[in-house]
Design a protein around this ligand. Structure first.
Ligand code: ZN
Length: 415
């Protein structure tokens, strides 16, 4: 289905382009470099954005959708490594409560939590055989091309075929090789990058999640190889009281991206992640990191790490039409991005179809045959791709009480 957008302000990390128009043709961006399109002959539906800013759909480089539950778990912080935390998680009452919910519904919760924030693609760190059971019919895109390991220690979960073959596959197919790495303080964790290097697994396909314990020599190695690090400050600071040496990584030229991790250890939203990341940088280094760099971490840098930069991460002809429209709260659009909240997200589009938006876009949902639910998000009336209201009712029926999930501040609005 085709439609046109006029009077938009296109925002990328590199530049802001006012008074622009663009087209969506079969789910793909078109005519993005033209000044105006579709104004004279109304061949397709036209949305006039009246100058509102349009951002590329955000790419969240780390989550575990099966862990889409709440609240955070962890009474014995700071932890030595992920395994100690995982033991506490599995022994917790909230985990027992989560077990009453169908895995497919946990995936749905994770998908809806992100699209309300403008995220259009997410990397679900889990073996393919699990992911493939739940990836269909989600309102978000799960990245599907990746090789992986769980982590780089003797007590890692047996995910994937092993570091060497998985990394070799990643290089052969030019897809990311993704693993948790340097997440904690024990000897094996500290030596993770050296272990990867011994296995020949440091390359531009390598994506290391967390990187808390990275040394200067690790950083040099990663920079020289063109490797990638996914920074998850909320999860790291919660579990370990420490996070990656992000300034050194950026200065060395390592491709740093952002990830939320699951809400059982990480942020409730990318909004929280951005705020915590920014505050951490200011506090740790007594200076600001330019907001456009944060936007890069969730768009172009993320697309490069995930090896999808020829199809996502920018509003360019030929890319998937993934984007969101923001109600800016400041004159500075990057500042508006850094401080955005649920009510500010006016419209989210994935593969050219709306999945979340203000009531004023109901005609667009109808024109593109997208069924929607009416909801209130933190009290604000919104439309969302249908399925969320039924999901909320199923969750409450599963746990037998009126469960509130801070990462999904939604009430059905069925009157
Ligand atoms: Zn993780």
């Amino acid at each position: 289905m085709n439609w046109d957008i006029v009077n938009a302000t296109l925002v990328s990390a590199a530049k802001i382009k006012q008074d622009t128009s663009f087209s969506v043709r079969d789910g793909i961006f078109a005519n993005t470099d033209k000044a105006s399109v579709g104004k004279s002959k109304q061949e397709f539906p036209i949305i006039d954005l009246m100058g509102y800013p349009v951002f590329p759909g955000l790419i969240n480089c780390h989550d575990h959708l099966l862990g889409s539950y709440w609240p955070r778990v962890g009474d014995r912080r700071p932890y030595l490594n992920w395994l100690e935390w995982d033991n506490d998680l599995k022994a917790s009452p909230v985990y027992a409560e989560r077990q009453q919910i169908e895995s497919s519904d946990l995936y749905q919760l994770g998908a809806y939590r992100h699209i309300l924030c403008g995220i259009t693609s997410v990397q679900d760190h889990i073996p393919h055989f699990v992911r493939d059971l739940f990836a269909k019919n989600l309102p978000i895109k799960l990245l599907d091309q990746y090789a992986m390991a769980h982590s780089v220690t003797s007590y890692a979960l047996p995910w994937g075929e092993g570091i060497k073959p998985e990394h070799a596959l990643a290089v052969e197919k030019d897809i990311p090789f993704i693993t948790h790495c340097s997440e904690g303080f024990d000897r094996e964790t500290i030596d993770s990058v050296a272990t990867l290097q011994k296995n020949g697994a440091i390359s531009r396909q390598t994506v290391l999640i967390h990187g808390i314990a990275l040394s200067d020599s690790d950083i040099e190695l990663l920079a020289n190889a063109g490797s990638n690090v996914v920074w998850c400050p909320v999860s790291n600071l919660f579990m370990f009281g420490k996070t990656a040496p992000v300034k050194k990584l950026l200065e060395a030229g390592v491709n740093v991206c952002l990830g939320t991790d699951s809400p059982m250890s990480g942020s409730i939203s990318i909004f929280e992640e951005l705020q915590v990341a920014r505050n951490y940088y200011q506090t740790a280094y007594s200076e600001d990191l330019d907001p456009s760099v944060f936007l890069e971490m969730l768009t172009t840098r993320a697309a490069r790490a995930m090896r999808i930069e020829d199809s996502r991460g920018a509003i360019t002809d030929g890319n998937a039409a993934d984007f969101f429209v923001l109600q800016p709260q400041f004159d500075d659009l990057y500042e508006s991005f850094m401080q955005m909240k649920y009510a500010d997200i006016k419209l989210v589009v994935i593969d050219g179809k709306p999945v979340f938006g203000d009531y004023e876009y109901s005609d667009l949902f109808d024109a593109l045959s997208v069924k929607y639910d009416r909801v209130r998000v933190q009290g604000e009336k919104k439309l969302v791709k249908s399925g969320l209201n039924a999901l909320i009712h199923r969750i409450r029926a599963s746990v037998k009480f009126d469960k509130k999930l801070d990462f999904l501040p939604v009430e059905p609005d069925e009157n």
